[in-house]
Design a protein around this ligand. Structure first.
Ligand code: NAD
Length: 283
């Protein structure tokens, strides 16, 4: 391979900040960026878990600092950005990943305004705040930067998971991504999103599958590629969007979903479909 081509994906010397990096997909985003050479500041609320993520980042040769913060607390988030810039001198990549919903299906979130507000506060408002603070910092520095918001296929398609607030928040993240891409375009700041389908190995989905084991098979059956996502499936996507390989890509929602949204919410074929005349015409 032409080494200068591989260099397009090289993140050496860049400073990244990944929120929600104590478990699940946030750890995978930190690992992908670290493997591409970035220094990665990791944050979430549980210090002992983000310490482990920071150790993992360092094992790839980059620098890392674990700073605990509640992403819904404005003062804590400002301190997080200030500390990152004080320590690393700049911020090149923000991955707005922290997020949550209780999709156990046991309670409908429309039943409680408190619950609805807390999900929108975490999944949408905290993402707005991250974009705002990153944009402010990036505008001040040479080379500017890039923001990657973590959305979900549920920002685009409906579901029966009784999670209206989560859908609304992630749809808001998609809209925010597109509008900030325009507002920051002339400033040299790119804003994109990654929208995963259902992934194994995260605290969020472990709870969903535990509460209702049938949702696992149901999710697999609706995925054209026939499996759940694995956190490592996201490493290439985040490195692509963070790197010069995507230098003309902004306002894009990158679905990492095994084809789910290509089918507009894929449904398994009915059992007798293969012997139907319609199918035979396609042979
Ligand atoms: N797992 C999936 O299948 C899936 C699918 C689509 C989208 N997503 C999105 O991916 C992101 C990561 O989810 P995950 O599946 O890894 O879940 P997870 O529960 O394993 O991780 C969520 C992370 O966010 C952090 N977090 C939650 N509330 C916080 C707060 N108030 N302050 C600071 N940190 C907080 C948690 O500590 C954790 O580090 C979320 O935005 C989620 O909506 C996940």
């Amino acid at each position: 391979m032409d080494p200068s081509f591989a260099n397009l994906f090289n993140l050496e010397g860049k400073t990244a900040l990944v929120t929600g990096a104590s478990s699940g997909l946030g750890v995978a985003f930190a690992r992908g960026l670290a493997r591409a050479g970035a220094n990665v500041v990791v944050t979430a609320r549980r210090q002992e878990l983000i310490d482990k993520t920071a150790e993992m980042v360092r094992s790839f040769g980059g620098r890392s600092t674990a700073i605990s913060a509640d992403i819904t607390d404005d003062a804590q988030v400002e301190r997080l950005f200030d500390q990152t810039v004080a320590e690393y001198g700049r911020l090149d990549i923000l991955v707005n990943n922290a997020g949550y919903t209780d999709r156990s299906g046991l309670r409908h979130d429309l039943g409680s305004m408190k619950r609805m507000r807390s999900i929108i506060e975490l999944d949408l408002v905290a993402t707005v705040n991250g974009c705002r603070l990153a944009g402010k910092q990036m505008m001040k520095q040479d080379g500017r930067g890039t923001i990657i918001n973590i959305s979900s296929i549920l920002g685009r398609v409906g579901s029966e998971f009784r999670a209206a607030s989560y859908h609304a928040a992630k749809g808001g993240v998609d809209a925010l991504t597109r509008v900030l891409a325009l507002e920051y375009a002339r400033e040299g700041i790119r804003v994109n999103a990654i929208a995963p389908s259902y992934f194994d190995g995260t605290e969020l989905m472990d709870k969903v599958f535990e509460a209702n084991p049938a949702t696992r098979d149901h999710s697999i059956s609706r995925t054209p590629m026939g499996r759940l996502g694995q956190p490592e499936d996201l490493e290439g996507a985040v490195v692509f969007l963070a790197s010069d390989a995507a230098r003309f890509v902004t306002g894009h929602i990158l679905y990492v979903d095994g084809g789910w949204t290509a089918g507009g919410g894929y449904h398994q074929l009915p059992p007798l479909w293969e012997s139907s005349p319609g199918h035979q015409l396609l042979q």
